[in-house]
Design a protein around this ligand. Structure first.
Ligand SMILES: [Fe+2]
Length: 350
């Protein structure tokens, strides 16, 4: 039997209370008093009936007797808490059932009222439970709001970081363009070396920061050319041995330009070592094999390919087939054999 009591039209869902007792007299008294206090009530005769109401309607609080036919108050409590752990639940119990009341608290009941019911105490207990529920809901809403705010801020920061990275890459590209512009024969060289080196890096499973670092290093590998005099860099015809030696200083000039700038620190090994040869015959330090940083060995392959396929003051651009043959001769000598294989087999140059 379900009987609504009180004016439920004002706010049908808010603070609605489900009262469960098999003694009609008790639940009528309780419900009348609560309705007077402004709480709409629905009444049920036992646990099973109450569970039906609980599933169908929206309640802020359940007040339940313990001993009832069909389903007792503890069973009802267990079933309700399994679905809605936050449901406010007050047990009504007589003194001899005090052990059961303790068990009810253990199962998640929020309070218990001793029978015969003192109506003032009951109203106090109901108000306390509903205030607690309201506070819990406010805290929950606050948490959700915070989570949403954190999510929004994180997403904004992520977007800002992407824009920043893109801007950063663009400004380094401008810088690389300035390096290439010093020598009209190397226009676009740094960017082509970047693209090829990036593809080799990806073949070697570089990702994230490691790949990003390689990209910037490839763009900046020739930054030292900024410090080389134009008349030597742009000289038409063969370089004298002295001029050649002078140009060979560009890796170390590059290191001097960037050292002391935090962002460039991890690009230094690429700037310094991109003219080292695998067999130790390169410059500036004559490093050999894997003592040459991997990123520098990658850039060395892309750099040589682009240099040979580009028009230079003292020679024509070589056809790609000839360059491939020529580079093959440098396997294990000028070039790291594994990287050269990746470059040629993967047709990275295409
Ligand atoms: Fe170089």
């Amino acid at each position: 039997m379900i009987e609504p009591v009180g004016d439920r039209n004002e706010s049908p869902m808010e603070n609605q209370i489900l009262i469960v007792d098999d003694e009609k007299m008790i639940y009528s008294i309780v419900a009348q008093r609560l309705a007077k206090e402004g709480y709409p009530c629905v009444m049920a005769n036992n646990g099973r009936e109450a569970l039906g109401c609980f599933y169908q309607d929206n309640f802020s609080l359940i007040i339940s007797d313990i001993r009832m036919p069909e389903m007792n108050g503890l069973e009802l409590l267990k079933n309700v808490k399994a679905v809605r752990p936050d449901m406010m639940f007050i047990i009504m119990t007589a003194y001899p059932e005090i052990d059961m009341a303790v068990e009810a608290i253990r199962l998640g009941a929020n309070d218990f009222i001793i029978k015969p019911v003192d109506l003032d105490l009951m109203v106090f207990s109901v108000k306390k439970a509903l205030e607690r529920k309201k506070m819990e809901e406010e805290i929950e809403a606050h948490h959700k709001n915070l989570e949403k705010l954190v999510e929004e801020r994180t997403s904004k920061l992520r977007k800002a970081l992407l824009v920043l990275k893109k801007t950063h890459l663009d400004s380094v590209k401008v810088l690389a363009g300035a390096i290439d512009a010093k020598d009209p024969y190397t226009r676009g060289h740094s960017d082509r070396v970047r693209k090829m080196s990036m593809r080799i890096g990806m073949e070697l499973s570089f990702n994230g920061e490691k790949l990003e670092n390689l990209v910037f290093g490839a763009l900046l590998h020739d930054i030292g050319k900024i410090g080389i005099r134009d008349e030597v860099l742009q000289k038409k015809g063969q370089l004298t041995p002295e001029e050649y030696q002078y140009i060979q200083q560009h890796p170390l000039i590059g290191v001097k330009i960037v050292e002391g700038i935090d962002f460039f620190k991890d690009k230094i090994p690429m700037i310094r070592n991109h003219h080292e040869h695998f067999d130790g015959s390169g410059y500036p330090n004559g490093l050999m094999g894997e003592t040459i940083p991997l990123e520098a060995r990658i850039i060395a392959v892309s750099d040589a390919f682009d240099a040979m396929t580009s028009l230079r003051p003292h020679r024509r651009a070589m056809p790609v087939e000839d360059v491939i043959l020529e580079m093959g001769k440098g396997k294990g000598k000028q070039f790291d054999p594994k990287i050269l294989e990746i470059f040629l087999n993967g047709k990275i140059y295409q």
